[in-house]
Design a protein around this ligand. Structure first.
Ligand SMILES: Nc1nc2c(c(=O)[nH]1)N[C@H]1C(S)=C(S)[C@@H](COP(=O)(O)OP(=O)(O)OC[C@H]3O[C@@H](n4cnc5c(N)ncnc54)[C@H](O)[C@@H]3O)O[C@H]1N2
Ligand code: MOO
Length: 599
């Protein structure tokens, strides 16, 4: 696990303190912690112990109950609580898990003692008399070193050097470290970096980055009537031509008054319905009966809801205190005239449609839809609706791909199933690349013999055949014929959909003008054990739901073969098991990517 993965869930700075035993680490920490407390920093400390330690005292109830077999013993008073949990691990305890046990809402930083081998940012402590080598010479994560007077350091040392006896200076260093610290962004699709060089595979994130680097957003826009702009991408910033709401108006059915504290009873002088106004100016002691949404007459500053009013004849009285300004919606409080209501690149959904309608706009500039050509290959692939030939299968990939393209709002050109000959492929690919912005095919990108698609792609354009460290979806072809992007997705039906979600979707969204689009991802608790090989990102199909405790949990849909398309139907999300994560035990957390974006 690399350091970013260890620190991925940390919301407060984490600094290691490393030293050989005898350096006086604890002595220093005993002075440093009160100094940092004095400076307003609340600390958590994690200490690595090498032996079978105990924190409880024989004879105490908690000790006896734990010894009697309680897996977890939580002892708590109104002052302090301590959880003692039995957990035997093969090697060192897992620092990521330990960090997760700290209540990060209650501390400003975490100091970690021990875990010397982890590439965690650290402060090294060194005393010459201990007679041990420096750590910084072999650990690039050392951020500073505190030494005694007898220590000789190299002249050209590029690290901050502190006096190990100067607690103030060390506290300053730690405060600076904390001030400069930034949380690690989450990168569930990144590489764990274990064996990048040997494996000759790309991580999902590397594949995505290479693809995105080749994508040019469309710039041409067209004007479309408002309702037809649904699921299109806005082609220009929209400045509001009006205030929304246009008029300062009442938020309640009730009475509008001037709240000057002069009167207990008010004379009702008029009634204003929504869509109407009151031309006069309301005077002190007067009230206007008003409906929700009706423009506020001149002279009033507060509205009292009808339920608190008692009207007898033309006199009205109110229960309770009146706060000046209550129940009034100010003109322009949602969107002020001239303000940017929506920016170019926004995908228009029902809320955006409503908002644009509230500005009074009848038509909109939107980016041109990208044109995407789709075909299937393979002699075994048959058109649904026609008789199935012996030893063949029906083409499902062209339908999942077109379905996802339609959801994204692309213009689709269906080229059908191509005959598996070199000429047919070449002709179709050439023609497709001339009319489309993107060509997507499925199948034939692995190492099989009967595929002409590879040599044809290589002849007509520039194509790379990648192996992505993921499952499903390992083989992926990506390239260009002139300016047209070409995606060769793997043939297996689930692999097609997963590769589309991870690689084609971000590319198309960038092309459509949605800048910096990011998929929705959430953390969920695995409700069952899940298998995955470290070194590749595993995308399992999952069903996420809230359990009775309100936690987001996820189970797999069962068999995970990359031909089992029903898993995509049963699931509502992809479960992402990160490259380094390996097998997941029930109760551990995983990332989930809901299908909602696309499926
Ligand atoms: N020796 C190796 N064999 C395979 C490897 C490998 O690395 N070495 N990778 C496996 C993986 S992973 C995948 S995924 C597939 C991808 O292979 P291709 O992209 O070459 O796809 P095909 O061999 O043409 O087909 C695979 C599978 O998908 C079915 N298929 C193809 N098109 C459609 C379609 N339009 N609709 C429905 N199903 C389709 C096809 O019948 C095959 O069953 O390769 C593995 N093998
Ligand atoms: O891409 Mo393949 O689907 O991993 O079997």
């Amino acid at each position: 696990m690399n350091v970013d993965q260890i620190l991925a869930d940390c919301r407060v700075p984490v600094l290691g303190i490393c030293a050989y035993s005898g350096t006086g680490k604890t002595t220093l920490l005993k002075k440093l912690i009160p100094e940092l407390n004095r400076r307003g920093k609340k600390l958590a400390v994690i200490k690595h112990a090498h032996h079978n330690f105990d924190v409880d005292i024989p004879g105490k109830d908690s000790f006896e109950l734990r010894k009697a077999g309680a897996e977890q013993m939580l002892v708590a008073s109104h002052i302090r609580r301590a959880l003692m949990a039995e957990k035997v691990t093969d090697g060192d305890p897992d620092l990521k898990e330990l960090l997760g046990m700290i209540d990060q809402d209650r501390v400003d930083m975490i100091l970690v003692e021990g875990f010397k081998k982890l590439p965690l940012p650290k402060l090294e402590l060194h005393r010459a008399e201990v007679g041990k080598p420096f750590v910084f010479t072999r650990d690039e994560a050392i951020r500073g070193i505190a030494v005694d007077a007898a220590t000789r350091l190299p002249d050209d040392l590029a690290l901050p050097v502190l006096d190990i006896n100067d607690v103030d200076a060390i506290a300053d260093f730690i405060e600076r470290f904390a001030a400069d610290w930034k949380p690690v962004g989450y990168a569930p699709l990144g590489s764990c970096g274990c064996d990048d060089v040997e494996r000759k595979q790309l991580s999902v994130a590397q594949g995505q980055a290479r693809i995105l680097a080749e994508v040019k957003p469309v710039t041409a826009t067209e004007t479309t009537p408002l309702l037809q702009a649904q699921n299109r991408v806005l082609g220009a910033n929209i400045a509001s031509p009006v205030n929304v709401p246009q008029h300062t108006n009442s938020a309640m059915d009730g009475y509008a008054i001037r709240n000057d504290g002069q009167h207990d009873s008010f004379t009702v002088v008029a009634e204003v319905l929504a869509g109407h106004g009151y031309d006069g100016e309301v005077q002190s002691g007067e009230a206007v009966k008003i409906m929700t949404g009706a423009p506020l007459p001149a002279g009033v500053d507060s509205v009292i809801m009808r339920e608190l009013a008692t009207q007898e004849g033309d006199q009205v009285r109110f229960e309770g205190a009146i706060e000046t300004g209550q129940n009034i919606r100010q003109a322009g409080e949602d969107i002020a005239e001239g303000a940017t209501a929506l920016t170019a690149g926004k995908r228009i959904g029902p809320a955006e449609l409503g908002l644009l309608a509230s500005l009074g706009l009848g038509e909109l500039p939107v980016y041109r839809k990208p044109k995407v050509a789709v075909f299937s290959t393979g002699d075994e692939v048959c058109q649904p609706g026609e008789p199935l030939k012996p030893n063949c299968i029906f083409d499902s990939n062209r339908f999942t791909i077109q379905g996802m393209l339609a959801k994204l709002g692309c213009e689709v050109v269906d080229l059908g199933i191509l005959e598996d000959t070199e000429e047919a492929m070449a002709e179709a690919l050439q023609a497709a690349s001339e009319q489309a912005d993107v060509v997507i095919t499925s199948g034939g990108v692995s190492v099989g013999d009967a595929d002409f698609i590879k040599p044809v792609m290589e002849r007509l354009g520039h194509i790379d055949f990648w192996k992505i460290a993921m499952r499903p979806g390992r083989p992926l072809a990506f390239g260009k014929i002139k300016d047209t992007l070409l995606f060769g997705l793997p043939g297996n039906p689930v692999a097609v959909m997963v590769s589309f979600m991870q690689f084609v979707q971000p590319a198309l969204r960038k092309m459509m003008g949605e800048p910096d689009w990011q998929p929705q991802m959430m953390r969920a608790t695995a409700a069952e054990a899940m298998r995955s090989k470290p070194g590749r990102t595993e995308f399992q199909r999952g069903v996420m739901q809230l359990n009775s405790l309100g936690q987001l949990t996820v189970t797999t849909t069962g068999a995970q073969g990359s031909g089992i398309l029903s898993s995509m139907v049963q699931g509502n999300c992809l479960i992402i098991i990160e490259e380094c994560q390996g097998n997941v035990a029930a109760g551990e957390s995983v990332w989930v990517q809901p299908f909602a974006d696309l499926l």
